[in-house]
Design a protein. Structure first.
Length: 103
């Protein structure tokens, strides 16, 4: 690491590193976000479930591990479900589980 830092410092001192301008047409004009997989996020008084490209089933657990609700969402759909304030564990099938905060 010290060697790399030394080399970079020497190149900068000798004028060997220069910024290269990027043409305007090189940068993308518009960036789109594509949701490919299921997701869940906490919001004000609710949890928003997003299915992604295929149908998804979400299990919502209290922080003590008790199953609170099961939510099924069709492909490319978004569902908002009201919950009380607190911490929840959201599990999507056997794919992932996350802590979600409802404010």
């Amino acid at each position: 690491m010290k060697r790399l830092l030394y080399i970079v410092t020497c190149l900068v001192a000798m004028g060997g590193l220069h910024a290269v301008p990027v043409p305007d047409n090189f940068l993308p004009q518009r960036v789109e976000t594509v949701a490919t997989g299921p997701a869940a996020q906490g919001a004000e008084g609710r949890i928003v479930f997003i299915a992604g490209n295929s149908d998804a089933t979400f299990n919502v657990y209290s922080i003590t591990g008790q199953l609170v609700k099961t939510v099924r969402v069709s492909a490319d759909q978004r569902v908002s479900v009201d919950f009380q304030k607190g911490f929840y564990i959201v599990r999507c099938g056997n794919q992932w589980s996350r802590k979600v905060v409802v404010r």
